[in-house]
Each structure stands twice: as structure tokens, then as C-alpha cells.
Design a protein. Structure first.
Length: 152
């Protein structure tokens, strides 16, 4: 069954195939989503990941990814390993143990920042500045405060 023919999650109503589907709220109107626990919160607010994405790995601590100017960058921090996706990595991805991390730091840019992790080799990925605070908090909690490169 494809998503278009699945009516199990739609509010019953007249068939108006030319009208936009707003039974769960208008995805373009922020007020339709409200805050968790808010009585005005519509069912659309709870559809995004719980219904459409596979369950997350229970060992996952933090993950973010973005594509900027055709360049994909991502980092996934697990309890025992880190995955860095970047065009700078051979095969576009590096997976390494958290135990091998000697240092990590952030390099500022205008609209992006770079996460650099020194493990077996240097690993780097660029992400939008909006991810910086939460990435820094996750890495600080898991690995301790950011440090400068070894030997610097």
C-alpha cells in the first residue's frame, strides 16, 4: 500500500481530492504544532519521526547531518563509536572507536563550522552553524571539553 492510498491515519471526511490535506494540521503553520502537552497541538505534530522513521539505535547519543552547496556532512556519536561523513573521508565515511579519540575541537566559519576529531587520523566534517551548540554539548558530555590539537 502506498502513502497516497493509506487512509488509516486520516480523519474521515468528504473526498476533496483537489483540496490540500489539512486533516492533521497545516505543516506550514507553526501554531498547528504547539508545544508538547498543549491542548491546541494537532496530531500532525506527532507524525514526523515516530510514524515514518525506523527506530533509533539505543546506543545513539547524538546525530546530525546536512548538505550545503552540494557537500554532505554528518556526525553520529554512539556510546562506543563515532561516524563522520564528509567528502574529506575516504569512501565518504569514517567509523572509529570513542576510545581512540585524543582530542576534538570546533573551527568557526561564517555560516558553518567544522568538527575536527583527532583519533587514528584527523577526521573533519562541516555542518551549519545552527548545529554547533547542541553538537558541542553532546561531545562535551561524551568526551569532555573541546581541546586543541595534539602538539599545538
Amino acid at each position: 500500500m502506498d502513502a497516497e492510498s493509506d487512509t488509516s491515519r486520516r480523519v474521515p471526511g468528504p473526498d476533496t481530492s483537489t483540496a490540500p490535506d489539512t486533516a492533521f494540521g497545516d505543516f506550514n503553520v507553526a501554531s498547528d504544532f504547539g508545544e508538547i502537552g498543549d491542548a491546541a497541538r494537532t496530531p500532525a505534530a506527532d507524525l514526523f519521526f515516530g510514524d515514518f522513521a525506523p527506530p533509533l539505535d539505543p546506543d545513539l547519543v547524538f546525530e546530525c547531518s546536512a548538505s550545503m552547496n552540494g557537500e554532505h556532512g554528518a556526525v553520529a556519536l554512539y556510546e562506543d563509536r563515532i561516524i563522520v561523513e564528509s567528502p574529506d573521508e575516504p569512501d565518504g565515511e569514517a567509523v572509529f572507536s570513542v576510545d581512540t579519540v585524543r582530542a576534538w575541537w570546533l573551527v568557526e566559519g561564517e555560516t558553518f563550522f567544522a568538527l575536527v576529531v583527532e583519533a587514528d587520523v584527523l577526521h573533519r566534517t562541516r555542518l551549519p552553524s545552527g548545529f554547533k551548540a547542541v553538537l558541542k554539548a553532546a561531545f562535551t558530555k561524551a568526551l569532555g571539553p573541546a581541546t586543541s590539537p595534539t602538539g599545538a
